[in-house]
Design a protein around this ligand. Sequence first.
Ligand SMILES: Cc1ncc(COP(=O)(O)O)c(C=O)c1O
Length: 408
Amino acid sequence: MPTQIAPPFADRSELLVGSVIDASTALLAEQQHDIVRFAMGAPSEDLMPIAQLDEAFTGSRSGRYDYGETEGEPRLRAQIMELTSQRGIETSDERLLVTTGGMQGLDLAFKLFVDPGDLVIVEAPTYSNGNATALSYGADLLPAPVDEDGLIVEALPELVARTGKTPRAIYTIPNFQNPTGVTLSLRRRELLIELAERWGAMIIDDDPYGRLRFEGEDLPDLAGIAPKHPLLFQVRTLSKMIAPGLRTGWIDVDPAVRALAVNAKQAMDTCSSVPVQNAVLNYLTSGHFETHVARLKPIYRERKAAMLAAVERHLGGLATTTDPEGGFFLWLTLRGDAAGLDTEALFPAALRDGVAYIPGPAFTVDGSMRNALRLCFATSSPARIDVGVSRLASTIKRAIAAGEATRA
Ligand SMILES: Cc1ncc(COP(=O)(O)O)c(C=O)c1O
């Protein structure tokens, strides 16, 4: 075999950085011992409506295994319009395109709006798959800090001025942000729209968790503040509310943007799986969906409370956390004697101790936030959460005793 012949990779292939988060699925599958899984952002199997989904698949009897419309199955689009209007958002059929999960929505957004070298504002920390997608199109990422009210929008003009560029896009996760769980305040939502208009930048509004509010009051979506705004690219998915394996989401965008997104999707996968779309449609029209989402909320509220209590019990004085009002995640920052620890370096020991998380640097452009980590509270029962946090505390305390906090 002529092993000396190297495949002629495109320069672009160097921009494909992969995903620490997604890679953790395979890493965890290889482990033989008991691990409390705080790493992936997925609903646990016991919370997915599996029997009803099985019914939706076998009962759909659509008999349709042909190619479908790129825009998505028309009856599913009608159902998505219904879901959108329940959120108080105006939309219309010519704005919608069914996607293969939220990830495809992000890919379409960056593909349509980012040329190599273009400035894209991203939250720091943020969902790293979003960063990876932007990078794959050559984006110049500008990390912007986040506090308990989400992206610090007031800081953007100065950060942008320092780059000497005008942003092409602003990637934001306004509700129960991944990884921090924080929510963008109303004032900042309004300001974000003003700034996008000033710069002529697209707002890529990625909201997988917005319907999973278990505390507090809903804030208007960006599209509620600026209905049908041409600079708003809304990325939605059913992965977190129903099940991620369905790979079903949609974008809600200006019709002129949709026309190009359709062309782009035709050069990717022609259409999303027709039998899956029909099963999803069947599930959405079965009446089980609303009941399911309503059932999830108190469960996630209880799990978040269990995680906060476990952090207080086992890591009191060594960590602070955010306190999300919905979604899946909280963000833990080490402090006190643990402040000098590196959560990436700590990860193999934590895994051996039986707990998995995603280290902070996985969510940053520059590998910073080394003393922070993301915990998903959605996947484990309160009892398991306590076990997991207590294992994490043992790993951390052992590392402190070994002097790792001061060596970093
Ligand atoms: C903020 C955010 N956007 C997009 C996605 C991707 O969604 P999907 O699994 O539907 O592709 C996720 C999943 O973790 C997410 O957290």
